[in-house]
Write a protein that binds this ligand. Sequence first.
Ligand code: PLP
Length: 457
Amino acid sequence: MTISYHSTRGRAPSIAFADVLLTGLAPDGGLYVPEQWPTSAPAVAGRGYAAFAADVMWPFVEGSVERDAFESIVADAYATFDHPEVVPVSTLPDGIGLVELFHGPTLAFKDVAMQLLGRLFDYELAKRGSTVTIVGATSGDTGSAAIEAFRGRANVRIVILHPHGRTSEVQRRQMTTVVAPNVRNVAVEGTFDDCQDMVKAMFGDEQFRQDVGLAAVNSINWARVMAQVVYYHWASQRFAERDETLDVVVPTGNFGNVFAGRVAKRMGAPIDRFVVASNRNDILTQFFADGAMTIGEVEPSLSPSMDIQVSSNLERLIHELLGGDGAQVEALLRTFRAEGHIRMDESIRTRVGELWAGESLSDEQTLEVIADVYQESGVLLDPHSAVAVGAARRRSSANRQIVMATAHPAKFPDAVETATGIRPDLPPGLADLFERDEHYDVAPNDLDAVKALVKSA
Ligand SMILES: *Cc1c(COP(=O)(O)O)cnc(C)c1O
C-alpha cells in the first residue's frame, strides 16, 4: 500500500511522503495528514527498537524510500542514543509507568524524530541532487535537536534563531558549541515570538524562499509525528498485560507528541485515553475540559518547552473531529485567529471527552512533584515530565497510567536543584559542555538584518 497525504484544509493536491518531508506546511496553510491509516502494528516480541521502528513506519513511507535504505537510516538514527534500549521504560513505586524519551544526543524527546529527519533529508536531497536551507526559531529544545541532527550534512544548511539571553544556558550551549560549516546560530535581540514571526515572514516571501531553498523541520512536519508514533506502540505493548488498556499522560506544548499517540491508537495500540498535561499555559486544559479555547498571553514557567498558547498540531485533531471537512477546519481556525476564541459543538465536545482529558500544574506543584518522586524513589524528573507525573497522580483511573518523560533532568538543572537540592550531572558525552567555545551571531530585532544573515549562511 502506498499512502498519499492531503492537507487538513482540503485545498492542496495530494502528495507522496518524500514531498511531505521537504514541504512541511501545505500551500493552503494546512497540515498534511495521511489519506489512509494502517490498521495494525507489528508486535515488539523481543525485537530491538530500530528494527521495530522501521516496521511501524514502513506503511507511511513506502513508495518514497527503498526498504533497505530505510532500514539502515532508522538503525543509524537510533544508534546515536546512549541507552541500549533507545527508549527504556521503568515504573515508579505508585505504579505509574515512565517512558524515557530523553536518551538521545540533546537529552529531549525531540531527538527521536529529528535524528531520523536529518538522515531522511540527506537521502531525499541526494536523490534529487538539490540543497535546502532550514530556518527555524527555537525557545530551546527544538533548535538543539535540529542542529545536532543536521550538522555536517552535505545538502543542508541550517540557521536557528533564538531569543538573545532568553534560553537556559544548557539549551544555548547545546546549539552554540556545535562546530560545523553548515550550522549558523543567530541570537536575536527580541523574544521567541519575534524569532518565530521572522521565520514566518521569510516563508511568506516567495522570492526569498526560492532564492535560499527554504525548508522547515518544525513540529508540524508530518515526518516528526510519524517517528513519534513508534514509541507509543513500543511502550504500550510493553506495559499492557493481556486485554489491558492504558491511559497515556503527555506533557504537551505544540500537541505533536500526543497527536502521535492518537495515530498509534488508530493503528490498534492498547490505549484507552490520553491526558494532555500543561503548565500554567493551560489553553489545552480548557479545550479538553469544555471544548472551548481562548488565547491568552504566554507566561514563562519552569517547563519552557510547553510555554505555548496556540498548539499548531491541534489542527490535525480538529480535522479528525470535523470528519475531515477541510472547509470547516479552515473556517474554524480563521475564527480562532481573528477572535481569539472558539467553541466546538456539543456532539463534538462529548466525543472529545470520551478519549481526552486535560490537567494543568503550577510551577509550585511541579516542584513538589519533583521533590516527592525523588524522596519516594530516588528518581529525578525534569520539570516537563514532572508536570505529567503530577497530572497522573491527581487523577484516578481504572487503567494503568503511563507518562511520556520528555527531557533528561540535567537539561533543566536549576528546577531540579531547587526541588531536591541535587544538581543532576550531564551524561558523559556532554560533560564538558560548559568548557566548550560558543559560536553565534547577535542580530538586531530586524527582519532585513536577519534575512541577510540567512542568505550569507
Ligand atoms: C517540545 C517539548 C514538549 C512539548 O511537546 P509537543 O510535541 O510540542 O507537545 C514537552 N517536553 C519537552 C522536554 C519538550 O522539549
